[in-house]
Design a binder for this molecule. Sequence first.
Ligand code: 4NP
Length: 162
Amino acid sequence: MTTQTTPIRVLFVCLGNICRSPMAEAVFQKIVADAGLERRFEIASVGTGAWHVGERPHPGTQAVLQRYNVPLRSEKRAQRLRQEDLETYDYIIAMDGENVQDIERYRAALNGKLVRLLEFASSTAPRDVPDPYYTQGFDQVYNLVLDGCMGLLEHIRGQRQI
Ligand code: 4NP
């Protein structure tokens, strides 16, 4: 008999859901799969803004993921954050402080489950993932996202004892 456990739900949030949060979703999914924990997690990403809803991730995000052999779900399209996501997900992982402020406009009291990704990073600065939509710094963003995602998984494993 197999034991059914409730999945641990992780939602990555950025502004447009085409650059940073789809990258974090894919990177975290790969780290989780490499750790043999794929079945324990539900991982997704959304944006606080609606401009790009329905679009595929930015070509810069697609290219950097491909370069590092990180699979990207073929069906991934940009989605906007919904009020109910804040109930459904156990970990709401924002890319920067502006995302945190925007999310808190939906609901202020998130009881500690809203955290910036780089709070889990090994280095102490920066705490905001810069927006590559304007800077084209997709490689730098990848390295920050990877660092944060590794720390995030360690944090969750400690909390959930998995
Ligand atoms: P993301 O980047 O939040 O990392 O997906 C952006 C994408 C689009 C826009 C801003 C940021 N935009 O203003 O359209």
